[in-house]
Design a protein around this ligand. Sequence first.
Ligand code: FES
Length: 155
Amino acid sequence: MTEGRGPKDELDLLAEAVSRALAADGLSACSEETIREIRCPANVGRMCDADGEGVADGLCGDTIEMYVKVRGDRIADCTFFTDGCGPTIASGSRLTRLVKGMTLEDARGVTPRTIVSLLDGLPDDHEHCAALAVMALRNALRDFAGRSNGTGGGQ
Ligand code: FES
């Protein structure tokens, strides 16, 4: 995780990522649902008091971070942050909206296919973006479980 960044820095970085994504060729291959999530992403930002956090790095060089707050056996809050492409922004946004309120068990069962389907499909060369978001969430849930049982979590 990057430390020492303020909220404005994060918003600036995300705004740059969204601008890059919207300007990039290939967005025309995205569904309306995906473009809507890119233009207006939900639950963006690093969570300083998260109960669990996870990162996933793609071979493409993109990174996505996921943060969860847990109450009982449910995800009370979930946010994401990425420096990645448009479909990664869309996947992170859709995934956070999906898992908020879910039980931990159900959240662990979410697959990349679920996200691709909720986005009405992703271009073939961007399906890994959904996988990256799901991997970061699973790492965050693993981190939470580690903290809860006293092993200190970890990625
Ligand atoms: Fe790599 Fe989207 S192109 S995560």
